[in-house]
Structures are given as structure tokens and as C-alpha cells.
Design a protein around this ligand. Sequence first.
Ligand code: SF4
Length: 292
Amino acid sequence: MSATDPTLAAFDRTDQTAGAERKRLFIGLITCASVLVSLLLVGLWVVPFVGLSAIHPSAPWVFGVLVAAAIGVVGWASLGLVLNILLGRSLPFSRRLRGLTIKLFLPLMVLLGKALGISKERVRSSFIKVNNELVQHEAGRYAPGEILLLMPHCLQNSRCDMRLTYDINNCKRCGKCPIRDLLELSDYYGVHLAIATGGTIARRIVVQIRPRLIVAVACERDLSSGIQDTYPLPVFGVLNERPHGPCLDTGVPVHALELALRRFLASPPPLRSLPMAQGAPGPAAPGQTRSA
Ligand code: SF4
């Protein structure tokens, strides 16, 4: 990928605009979540305060120092995340932010969003957006054989009888669904391509291929749970398109996917020239196609 690639630069600009709202939501929720965790920790200290002093006069203060340290870690991690989102820079000791976001903050943010009337979809979408930025900051560049493109089964045309789960090359490349374009993408870049019908199959594929990075396409729910399941393996998520509703003849913006993939390839070949009709994003598409 060239730093001066005009297509990629235009994609980045549109993607950044589309992602701003999701980032603001994430920052708001993560700030509330960290304040709640801190209040909980203070409660943990205050409630047994009297009982601890019966054990030893200094016991409440020792416990208090431990609670303050835990609050410091939560505060530092959330501040680190917010700065990372806003400025693209990490605070010292905050390298494992993605893990903390995944394990602690996402479940809390979903609960908090529910209490505030924000849909799970929106919270998960903001999480995927932030996860992608963290993955881009942390992940390196890889050989094609170290990258897996993991696709959902619902991309396949619902009237197609080919069994693709165990061998995607069973596809006849008729062009009635995006699988043909994805196979061409995988052939061109030499990356792995697989289709998963669910979490169990996805895990089996990951164990078999042992990629160092996954670029996954799915809906908000499956992407968030996939990112959680495979941590610490980095997963860059691309949201699918659902013109017929969930899980039926879904689509993927192949060109946007290609641009995402090129970010992680050590020495990508020239960008393929694809007709825009093959799912390439128009000016407003990256936000809509939600390369998250
Ligand atoms: S491209 Fe054609 S053969 Fe391949 S999965 Fe889609 S509909 Fe089936």
C-alpha cells in the first residue's frame, strides 16, 4: 500500500467521517463505565471499612490503597483508550487496551447502553470501530499466508446448492453472489479465505489455519462475539450489508474489504482495478458499508 494511494486516502477520509459518531458513542459509554467501576470499587472499600479495623487498625488503609490502585488502573486504561481513539497515540503501559476493552468494557457498555436506551447494535458497532483502530495501531504487516478472510455463510446465494463450508473452491464462480469476487480477491493476494456457518466452525477454521490476523465480515453481533472469542488474535471487522434482512443473501463491499486487507499486507501487489459495480464503495459507501 502506498501512503499516497489516492483511492485509499479518499476511503480513509470518508471512513473517518462515518466513524466519528460511533467513536463519540464509545467514548461516552466507556467514560460512564469506568466511573461506575470506580464507584463500585469505592463501595467495596467503604462497606467493610469498619469490619477491617477490627482485624487491624491499619487494615482499612491497606485495603484502601489496593482499591485506589485498582481505580487508577481503570482510569488509566479508559483515559488511554479515549486518547488512543482521539489522537491515535497510546499512553505508557496501555498496550493491552484491546484486551481490557474486550473483557471488561464491552459487556459493561452493552449493559449501560441498555439502561440508557441505546441499542446493542449501536454499542457493538462503536466497539467494532474502536477495535479496528486499535488493531490497526497494534498489528504489524503480514505475509499473505498469515492472513485469513473469514466470511459468513449468508453471503452465499440462498438458491445455490454448492457446499462451501468445507471447501470454498466448490463454488462454480457463477457471479450470482459475492463469493466469486471474494475468491478472486483471495487468489490475487494469496490470503486464506473461508466460510463459517457459526462460532464453532469459525473456531475450527482458525485452529486449522492458524492465522496471525483475521479480516472478518459479519453482522454487529457475530463480529463482536468473534472478536471476543479469538482475543488476543487480532480481528479487523467489516460489517456486512443486509438488503434482504439478517442472514439472507447478504453482501460485502469487496473493494472496501480489499482496501482493509492491503493495510495489513507486508508488500501488497498493485491495487486491482475493479468495476465499481462489484461492490466497490462510492463516495459515501465506506461509512455505510461499515468497514467499522
Ligand atoms: S458464485 Fe455462484 S456458485 Fe459460487 S456460491 Fe455464489 S451462487 Fe454459488
